[in-house]
Design a protein around this ligand. Structure first.
Ligand code: NAP
Length: 280
């Protein structure tokens, strides 16, 4: 079995590293707060004395760190410069596309391989080996390490060259962030109107996933044949803002979104299906 190093045993990394140990890899771990290595050691992982020592002894280094600054400090300044040529680095942290490309260049200069592989799915998916993994990098490097990714995830997608996966991951998160912020506004309105929150939440959760599913084929085909006109959606958003105004509820996400619908109307798209907003 491959010798794998794992750096970063936070909420996500601790579950991911545990899955590699359970699948039989010879895993060596390192974490800044050393107390977090104890559960991994109990499962059978070795604990490295430092980042450089870890990088020098394994074939594959997997990392799950906080952000660009930490990845720079740990990988760019310590692990990659001290790795043996031929080592493969797989960084699964959510970082910028620029950082992913910098890591790839630095690894290449050292005769090493690099995959950027951010994930979607949270703590439970990390612990359960059910992450969705978006991979940037050379196809042959991905194929050589697919077994390691499969030990941590259920869905592995090759997005493109190094850095491409960071774009997809960020696009995914901005969507999740806007949808949840908008749902917060919906719930505020619901509660102020005296409607049962649990019952309303049930309906709203269904709507968020259903609308994306329902419109998927139209968005894919750029088919804007009208099922629900953008003009009417704009009218509903305006009505929602009026109702919120009456109740004294601020809805900044909705107000901004309504302006996007207004711009699409100004550009002559009001009669089209509101799914056209995805390219307006
Ligand atoms: P976390 O629990 O805060 O873990 C962060 C890791 O980075 C820890 O191992 C932490 O070490 C390490 N770290 C932070 N600052 C450091 C420093 N200066 N030097 C060395 N190590 C340092 O975060 P997480 O939720 O596991 O997230 C990890 C990455 O996955 C992030 O990029 C996040 O955006 C992404 N992500 C998270 C989720 C999620 O649902 N949680 C989902 C998808 C993607 P210490 O233990 O010593 O603090």
């Amino acid at each position: 079995m491959k010798k794998v190093g794992f750096i970063g045993l936070g909420i996500m990394g601790s579950g991911m590293a545990a899955n590699l140990v359970k699948k039989g890899y010879a895993v060596t771990v390192w974490n800044r707060d050393q107390s977090k290595t104890a559960p991994l050691a109990e499962l059978g992982a070795s604990v490295a004395t430092g980042i450089v020592a870890l990088a020098q002894e394994v074939e594959v280094v997997v990392s799950m760190l906080r952000d660009d600054a930490v990845v720079r400090q740990v990988l760019l300044e310590q692990a990659i410069p001290n790795a043996k040529p031929g080592t493969t680095f797989i960084d699964m942290s959510t970082v910028t596309p620029g950082m992913a490309r910098q890591l790839a260049e630095s690894a290449e200069a050292k005769g090493c391989h690099f995959l950027d592989a951010p994930v979607s799915g949270s703590k439970a998916a990390a612990a359960g080996g059910q992450l969705n993994i978006m991979v940037g990098g050379a196809a042959e490097v991905l194929e050589a390490q697919r077994d390691i990714l499969a030990a941590m995830g259920q869905n592995i997608v090759h997005v493109g060259p190094n850095g491409a996966s960071a774009f997809l991951k960020l696009a995914n998160n901005q969507l999740a962030a806007v949808m949840l912020a908008a749902m917060g506004e919906s719930l505020a309105l619901i509660e102020k109107a005296g409607i049962d929150r649990t019952m309303a939440l049930e309906a709203l959760v269904g709507t968020v996933s259903r609308v994306a599913q329902l419109k998927q084929a139209k968005i894919q085909a750029r088919d804007w044949d009208t099922q629900f006109a953008l003009d009417l959606m704009h009218k509903d958003l305006t009505q929602t803002l009026q109702a919120a105004d009456e109740l004294g509820i601020p809805m900044p996400v909705l107000a901004t979104a309504r302006e996007s619908y207004q711009r699409a109307r100004q550009n002559g798209k009001g009669h089209l299906d509101f799914a056209v907003i995805t390219e307006s």
